[in-house]
Design a protein around this ligand. Structure first.
Ligand code: SF4
Length: 421
C-alpha cells in the first residue's frame, strides 16, 4: 500500500511541475512515507529522521512525514525532530501536491482525528512498465488484537468501482498488463452492493488485463463465489496470499481472528481442489501472549498440513494502542526466537519442496531485468510470482515468455525459454 501511495504522491508532484532529484542533498522537498505495522519498521524511520536532521544543518529543504507512523506518533515526531516541517494526516495525503507550497499545515495529522471519509488517489502509476498496484479499499474493521492498522488507517472504506475501472483502463492504454489490487482486507471490498467478486468480474470482462492479483485476503471473507471465479478465469493468478497467523484456535481467538484452524484448512482444501494448482503464501506469527508449547505445535501442524509455498514469519511485538498491548507479553524472548527459528527452518524446507514440484513444467513469465549475477541471463517473474533466470539477451522488456523450469537455486528457478508456438 505504501509503495502504491508513494508512487501516487510522486506522480501528483511531477504533474504539478516538480522534478525528481538525484540525491537527498539536491532536494528542495523530502517526503518520508512511514509504516507502523512492526516496531522494526518504525525504528528504521527514527534512524532515517536522524539522517535528515543532520542533512538539514547544511541544506535547505522541506521535510514532510506521512503514513501510519505520522498518524500514530505525530506529536513524538515533531518534538523529537523539530527539523520535520509537517506531519501529514493519513487521510489527507492526497492533498499534499496542491498544498505543499501554500498551506500544508492545514492537513496536519491529528487535526481532525481519524476521518470517516477517505479520498483515494486517482493515479497510482506503474511499478514496472507492465505492472501496477491499485488500492481498492482503505482501513480495516477486523481489529485483530495485535494490529495497529484500524487505529491509523480507520474503518474500511471501499473505492468507487467506476473510478477503479477508470484507472485500470487508463493504465492498460499505457501498456500495463498486470494489476495487483490492494487493501488491508482486500476481499471484503464492498461499494454500493458491488462486492469483491463483482469487481474482479468487471475487470476480467471489461479490460485486457492479462494477470490479475490481489492482496491481502482475509480467510473469513474468502467466499465460494470468489473461489469459483478463480477457478473460471486463468487470468486471476494462481498464487494467493492468505494470512493465517497461527494454527491454534486458542491463539487465533485471542488474536481476534474470526476463523478456526479447521475452517482455514477447509478453505485451503477448496483452493487446492481447483482445476489448476493454486500456490499459497501466508503470514505466521509466533510468541503471541499466552502461546504454550502445545499452541506452537498446532502452528507447526497447520504448516505441515497446508504446506505454504512462501511465508512471512515473525515474532510478536507489542504495539501500543492495540488490545493485545494490555495482555501480558509472557513468552520469553529466547523462546520466541527458538520458535521463530523452527518455523523459518520448516518453511525453508517446505518452500523448497513445494517449488521443486514445479521443476519440469513450463510457466509463463514476464521479463523484468538482466540477471545481476550474469549479464548473459534474463530475470523474469512467473505467473506464480516466482523469480526465474534463464540464458538469453533481452530484446524487449516486460515481454511475456514461456519458460521451462529446470532447477531451483535458493528461491530462484533456473530455466530455459521455450518456443510459444
Ligand atoms: S485483518 Fe487484522 S491484521 Fe489485517 S489489517 Fe486488519 S486488523 Fe490488521
Amino acid at each position: 500500500m505504501n509503495t502504491a501511495e508513494s508512487s501516487a504522491v510522486r506522480g501528483d508532484l511531477l504533474s504539478k511541475g516538480w522534478s525528481e532529484s538525484e540525491t537527498a542533498e539536491d532536494a528542495g522537498l523530502i517526503i518520508i512515507n512511514t509504516c507502523s505495522v512492526r516496531k522494526t519498521a518504525e525504528d528504521r524511520i527514527w534512524g532515517r529522521l536522524g539522517f535528515y536532521k543532520k542533512l538539514k544543518k547544511n541544506n535547505d529543504f522541506k521535510l514532510i512525514v506521512i503514513g501510519c507512523m505520522a498518524e500514530r506518533l505525530k506529536d513524538d515526531i515533531k518534538s523529537a525532530f523539530p527539523a520535520v516541517d509537517e506531519v501529514v494526516s493519513n487521510f489527507k495525503k492526497v492533498e499534499i501536491s496542491s498544498l505543499i507550497d501554500t498551506d500544508i499545515s492545514s492537513i496536519a495529522a491529528g487535526k481532525d482525528g481519524i476521518d470517516e471519509t477517505y479520498t483515494f488517489f486517482e493515479n497510482h502509476g506503474k511499478l514496472t512498465e507492465s505492472h501496477s498496484m491499485i488500492p481498492i479499499m482503505n482501513g480495516c474493521d477486523n481489529f485483530c488484537s495485535y494490529c495497529i492498522v484500524p487505529y491509523v488507517r480507520g474503518h474500511e472504506i471501499s473505492r468507487d468501482n467506476i473510478e477503479i475501472m477508470g484507472e485500470i483502463n487508463s493504465l492498460t492504454e499505457k501498456g500495463v498488463s498486470e494489476i495487483t489490487l490492494l487493501g488491508q482486507n482486500v476481499n471484503s471490498y464492498l461499494f454500493e452492493k458491488h462486492d469483491f467478486s463483482d469487481l474482479l468480474k468487471d475487470i476480467l470482462n471489461e479490460t485486457d488485463i492479462k494477470w490479475l492479483r490481489f492482496t491481502s485476503s482475509n480467510p473469513q471473507d474468502f467466499t465460494d463465489k470468489l473461489i469459483k471465479l478463480i477457478d473460471d478465469s486463468k487470468r486471476i493468478c494462481s498464487f494467493i496470499h492468505l494470512p493465517v497467523q497461527h494454527g491454534s484456535d486458542a491463539v487465533l481467538q485471542r488474536m481476534n481472528r474470526k476463523y478456526t484452524a479447521d475452517e482455514y484448512k477447509n478453505l485451503v482444501r477448496k483452493l487446492k481442489n481447483l482445476s489448476r494448482p493454486i500456490s499459497l503464501s501466508s503470514d505466521l506469527m509466533v510468541g503471541f501472549p499466552g502461546e504454550t508449547d502445545a499452541d506452537f505445535e498446532a502452528l507447526i501442524s497447520l504448516m505441515n498440513n497446508v504446506r505454504f509455498e512462501e511465508a512471512f514469519t515473525y515474532y510478536y511485538n507489542p504495539r501500543e494502542g492495540t488490545k493485545a498491548y494490555d495482555y501480558k507479553d509472557d513468552v520469553p524472548h529466547e523462546v520466541k526466537l527458538e520458535r521463530l527459528t523452527r518455523v523459518i527452518e520448516l518453511q525453508r524446507r517446505t518452500s523448497f519442496e513445494e517449488k521443486s514440484k514445479r521443476i519440469g513444467s513450463v510457466e509463463e513469465a514476464v521479463i523484468e531485468n538482466v540477471s545481476k549475477k550474469d549479464s548473459n541471463e534474463i530475470l523474469a517473474r512467473t505467473e506464480k510470482n516466482s523469480m526465474v533466470v534463464y540464458p538469453g539477451q533481452i530484446t524487449k522488456m516486460n515481454e511475456y515468455v514461456n519458460i521451462k523450469l529446470k532447477d531451483l537455486r535458493g528461491n530462484t528457478f533456473i530455466g530455459e525459454a521455450v518456443c510459444s508456438n
